[in-house]
Design a protein around this ligand. Structure first.
Ligand SMILES: NC(=O)c1ccc[n+]([C@@H]2O[C@H](COP(=O)([O-])OP(=O)(O)OC[C@H]3O[C@@H](n4cnc5c(N)ncnc54)[C@H](O)[C@@H]3O)[C@@H](O)[C@H]2O)c1
Length: 345
C-alpha cells in the first residue's frame, strides 16, 4: 500500500481529541471523519478541526470505500464489537487499550485481522514512550543484572468510570510496560481490591504477578488517592532504576546500588555456605540518562501508518493486546476470589 492513509476515528470523549490532533497533523495520514454518538462531541470536533467531517452514524462510515483505517477510542466495553465490525469492513484498525475484555475476544480479533490481511494494533502507548524504551535498553544490555522484582504505582484522584474498574482502566499500561521490560509473561496473578464509591467497581487494586524464574511484580492502582503518581521501580542484581513519568527532567534515575556477595577466601571458590562470603552494601552513584522525548502518542500513530504502508508487524499487535488482557482477566478472577492466585495458561 502506498500514498496517504485515510483515517476515521470512532469516539471523541476525553482521549479522542489527542488521537484526532495527532492524526490531523501526521504526514502520510489524512483524517477524514470523526464519529461519536454525542452531538456535543461532534460540535467540539467541528470547532477545533473544521476541515474534518463528523457523523453520528458508525455503519455508514464503515461502508465508505475511501477510508483505509479506523481508530477505536470508545469505552472498553465496546472495543471488541467495534473492532470486529471495522475488520469485517476490510479496514485496518488501531484500538485503544484494552484490546477487549476477554482473551477469547482478543483471539477472535487476531484471527479475523489475519484472515482479512489487515493491521490490528492496540494502543499500549507507553511502549512508544522514550523513557520506557530507555529503561528497556538498560534491561536488555544487562546493565541492571538479573531483574529481581518490579513495582509500580498508578494513582490519582478522579476520572472515575462506571463501565470498568480502576484496574481495567489503568493497569493495561503497567502490565504492558512490565511484560515489555522483562520479556516474559507471568505464570500466575493475584489481586485484591475494594469498591468504595460504586458497588462492584473497584477503586483501588493491588495486583501481584509471579514469573517462572522467581521474578515478582506488584502493581498498585487507584483513582481514589490524594496524589498523582506514575512511578515504577525496577530492582536488579547490579543496579536499580526508578521511572517517574510525572517528573519533567528526571524521568529515569539509575542507582548504582545493590548488595554484593564478596568471597572472603578465594580458595573456597563457589559460595556454598554462609561462612564463605560476606554481604557488602554498594551505594554508588546516581545517574540521570538523557531522554530524547517525543510525544508517545505521536510515535504510536506514526507507527500505525508505517505498519499499514509497509506491511510491518506492529510493536503492539493483537498478540501484545492478548498478553495484557490475559493478565487482567486472571486478576479479575482473583479479585472475585479474595486474592486467590490464578494461573495463566
Ligand atoms: N492510551 C492512553 O494513554 C489512554 C488514555 C486515556 C484513555 N484511553 C482509552 O481511550 C478510550 C476512551 O477513553 P475516554 O476516557 O476518552 O472515554 P470517554 O468515555 O471519555 O469517551 C468515549 C467516547 O466514545 C463515544 N462512544 C461510545 N460508543 C461509541 C460508538 N459506538 N461509536 C462512536 N462513539 C462512541 C462516547 O460518546 C464518548 O464521547 C478507552 O478505551 C480508554 O482506555 C487511553
Amino acid at each position: 500500500m502506498s500514498g496517504t492513509i485515510t483515517v476515521a476515528v470512532l469516539g471523541c470523549g476525553y482521549w479522542g481529541p489527542n488521537i484526532i490532533r495527532n492524526f490531523h497533523q501526521l504526514p502520510g495520514a489524512h483524517l477524514l471523519s470523526v464519529c461519536d454518538l454525542r452531538q456535543d462531541r461532534l460540535d467540539y470536533v467541528k470547532e477545533h478541526f473544521p476541515n474534518v467531517e463528523t457523523t453520528l452514524e458508525v455503519e455508514s462510515l464503515l461502508a465508505r470505500t475511501d477510508i483505509d483505517a479506523f481508530v477505536v477510542t470508545t469505552p472498553a466495553d465496546n472495543h471488541f464489537s467495534l473492532t470486529k465490525r471495522v475488520l469485517e469492513a476490510d479496514k485496518h484498525v488501531l484500538v485503544e487499550k484494552p484490546l477487549a475484555l476477554t482473551s477469547d475476544e482478543c483471539r477472535e480479533l487476531i484471527e479475523l485481522a489475519e484472515s482479512k490481511g489487515k493491521t490490528l494494533m492496540v494502543g499500549h502507548t507507553f511502549l512508544y514512550n522514550a523513557a520506557v524504551r530507555k529503561l528497556k535498553q538498560f534491561v536488555d544490555n544487562n546493565e541492571l543484572g538479573d531483574i529481581y522484582y518490579v513495582y509500580s504505582s498508578r494513582l490519582n484522584l478522579g476520572r472515575i468510570r462506571s463501565d470498568i474498574n480502576a484496574m481495567w482502566n489503568f493497569a493495561p499500561h503497567d502490565v504492558s510496560i512490565i511484560l515489555y521490560l522483562v520479556g516474559q509473561e507471568p505464570v500466575s496473578v493475584s489481586a485484591k481490591g475494594q469498591s468504595y464509591i460504586q458497588p462492584g467497581i473497584e477503586d483501588v487494586v493491588f495486583m501481584h504477578l509471579d514469573f517462572d524464574d522467581g521474578m515478582k511484580a506488584m502493581i498498585h492502582i487507584s483513582w481514589l488517592d490524594p496524589n498523582k503518581v506514575r512511578r515504577m521501580t525496577v530492582v536488579g542484581s547490579k543496579k536499580m532504576v526508578v521511572y517517574d513519568d510525572v517528573s519533567r527532567d528526571a524521568k529515569i534515575v539509575v542507582y548504582d546500588k545493590g548488595i554484593d556477595k564478596i568471597n572472603i577466601n578465594e580458595s573456597f571458590g563457589e559460595f556454598e555456605g554462609f561462612g564463605e562470603f560476606q554481604l557488602r552494601l554498594r551505594a554508588g552513584d546516581m545517574f540521570i540518562p538523557e531522554i530524547d522525548f517525543v510525544e508517545p502518542l505521536k510515535v504510536e500513530c506514526s507507527h500505525f501508518i508505517d505498519c499499514i504502508v509497509n506491511g510491518k508487524k506492529p510493536l503492539t499487535d493483537g498478540e501484545e493486546g492478548l498478553r495484557g488482557v490475559k493478565v487482567l482477566e486472571a486478576a479479575q478472577q482473583s479479585l472475585k476470589h479474595d486474592g486467590a492466585a490464578v494461573k495463566i495458561s
